[in-house]
Ligand binder design. Structure first.
Ligand code: TEU
Ligand code: CA
Length: 552
């Protein structure tokens, strides 16, 4: 397991002091020139991650899959997709990661399987098949149409007709991702056995895909956080996780301050953390969602994050992130990917990593990778973007308007090849990548950034090291300041007489900021992206995206 470092607080788990790093295998590193990232490619880059100082990798799915949703559609939970490698390649990656103090957290995608899983193939061939009831079937509405008008996340109806059976099945995401029927105890047993099989192999835990959907009550129209959710999570914990020193993070788009502790409260025996998305959805249109981005509103954004800090101050634990494989690049969305790219990348990292919780870095974030600017729909690859494009065209939206939204908030932004060098295809592949490489790789790449002492990578390295050495970063009480300030994010952390003050300018303007009384701090400037300042007090001038971290 990754190192656990001593702190003054008794209840420290290894994942409290560790930083996570998410790998999207298809886009990380291609070892054999077929244009698709793979497991040997990941193994070849483990030194990069060791140098960064991370404690564990969250590995997006590498299981056998037809890749309708790049692996979030699993056809065999105990096999590796051939384009990603073999089980031997996996074990070797696991061992080599472990040798560098890095755990591997697997993506557990069990709300649905692929329609090519043998369970589903049998299920749709006959109502008498033993696995028919592993999925969610309903008879047509009286008019022959779908049982309800629920829409699938990736466009179209959530119900998909199988004429041979005269039944519809639920595919909440897409037809290629039939929902598993968690009501069936045999299905649950299969899942738990599979989880134990991976845990026994030595993995460091699970990130659980859309886990809040498994307790659904379809007939009552309840999908998110349904009535069976916590009963299933507790059973899962008993049957798989109990007594193992691993970490679990549940993904939930619906978890709120009111329900958070049901998942991750210490006495619940369910999960260690949840990924919540309220700070992300602040930037979406209330009606049209992510495709009609709202301008960034720092006050609303701070309110969400400050509230979560308060909710989990004494129980549970926060996961901290702005980016993942479903989201735009953070420097493009919340910072500035032009003139202030480097400063804003460092500023955003500082704010995220110094809140209370476990931070997650998404591949390429550590060198400030940016959104892409695709011009035509055929450049996009994502099932969600392509599905919604169809719906939008049918609704009369112009292609240009849709593409603008997809370039701002679409998932392909995070999925262009990792930029390792200024060379052909950014050093990601010697072949043709499955999705276009961002042309800005000639300037933004690992080689160039790591060679620069003022680079983003080195800043992340120092930030990640800080939390291993400073108990106040792990356990310090969080206190927000200047909550109504439209441009400045400010907070303190405090533990045993130690105080850490963080002040960050979220704009392209230089501004004056009156340091609130409670934030005044002098001692050492731990981190800065312009010049050090040992004393935070009075009126200070903050340059564009300037951040200062002072400890007493
Ligand atoms: O994402 C959950 C999910 O709901 C996303 O589709 C999200 O709503 C969307 O990206 C925002 O518009 C998880 C995985 O992270 C995602 O990659 C999968 O596609 C999805 O589940 C289905 O497994
Ligand atoms: Ca490959």
């Amino acid at each position: 397991m990754p190192n656990t470092l001593p702190t003054s607080s008794p209840a420290t788990n290894w994942w409290h002091t560790a930083t996570g790093y998410q790998i999207y295998p298809r886009s990380f590193c291609d070892s054999n020139g077929d244009g698709i990232g793979d497991i040997p490619g990941i193994t070849s880059k483990l030194d990069h991650l060791r140098d960064l100082g991370i404690g564990f990798i969250w590995l997006s799915p590498v299981y056998a899959s037809p890749m309708a949703d790049n692996g979030y559609d699993i056809a065999d939970y105990r096999a590796i997709a051939p384009e990603f490698g073999t089980l031997e390649d996996f074990d070797q990656m696991l061992a080599e990661a472990k040798a560098r103090g890095i755990g591997i957290v697997m993506d557990l995608v069990v709300n649905h399987s692929s329609d090519e899983h043998h369970w589903f193939k049998a299920a749709k061939s006959s109502k008498a098949a033993p696995t028919h009831d592993f999925y969610i079937w309903r008879v047509p509405a009286p008019d022959g149409g779908p049982p309800s008008d629920h829409r699938a996340c990736f466009g179209g109806s959530a119900w998909h007709f199988v004429p041979e059976l005269g039944q519809y099945y639920l595919g909440f995401f897409s037809a290629a991702q039939p929902d598993l029927n968690w009501q069936n105890p045999k299905l649950r047993r299969e899942i738990y056995d599979m989880m134990n099989w991976w845990l026994d192999r030595g993995i460091a835990g699970f990130r659980m895909d859309v886990i809040s959907l498994i307790g659904k009550d379809v007939d009552a129209g309840i999908f998110e956080e349904g009535p069976y959710l916590h009963q299933f999570l507790q059973e899962m914990h008993r049957e798989t996780l109990a007594g193992r020193d691993v970490v679990t993070v549940g993904e939930s788009w619906s978890v709120s301050r009111d329900t958070a502790l049901l998942y991750c409260g210490r006495d619940r025996a369910e999960l260690d953390m949840v990924f919540q998305f309220q700070h992300i959805m602040e930037g979406w249109d209330p009606v049209h969602g992510k495709w009609k981005p709202r301008p960034f509103d720092l006050i609303a954004f701070k309110r969400v994050l400050n509230d979560w800090q308060e909710t989990l101050a004494d129980d549970g634990w926060n996961s901290l992130f702005l980016s993942n494989h479903d989201l735009p690049r953070q420097v493009s969305r919340y910072g500035d990917d032009g003139a202030f790219r480097v400063q804003s990348a460092k500023m955003l990292a500082t704010v995220v990593h110094l809140m209370k919780g476990t931070p997650f870095v998404y591949q390429g974030e550590e060198i400030g990778m940016t959104n892409v600017r695709f011009e035509r729909i055929d450049q996009f690859r994502d099932i969600e973007t392509l599905g919604h494009y169809k719906d939008a065209m049918a609704a009369g939206v112009s292609p240009a308007e849709f593409i603008a939204g997809a370039n701002t908030n679409g998932r392909d932004n995070a999925r262009t090849p990792m930029q390792w060098s200024a060379g052909a295809q950014a050093g990601f592949t010697t072949g043709t990548p499955w999705i276009e490489t961002n042309p800005n790789h000639t300037a933004i790449n690992v080689e160039a950034d790591r060679a620069d002492p003022e680079g983003i990578f080195d800043y992340y390295r120092r930030l990640i090291a800080l939390r291993k050495n400073l108990p106040v970063v792990i356990h310090g009480r969080y206190e927000p300041f200047a909550e109504d300030h439209p441009s400045v994010f400010a907070f303190t952390r405090a533990l045993d007489g130690k105080k850490l003050s963080v002040v960050a300018n979220f704009t392209t303007q230089t501004l004056d900021f009156d340091v609130p009384e409670g934030m005044v701090c002098s001692g050492t400037c731990l981190l800065f992206n312009y010049e050090a300042r040992e004393n935070l007090s009075g009126r200070i001038s903050l340059r564009p995206f300037e951040v200062l971290v002072v400890i007493n």
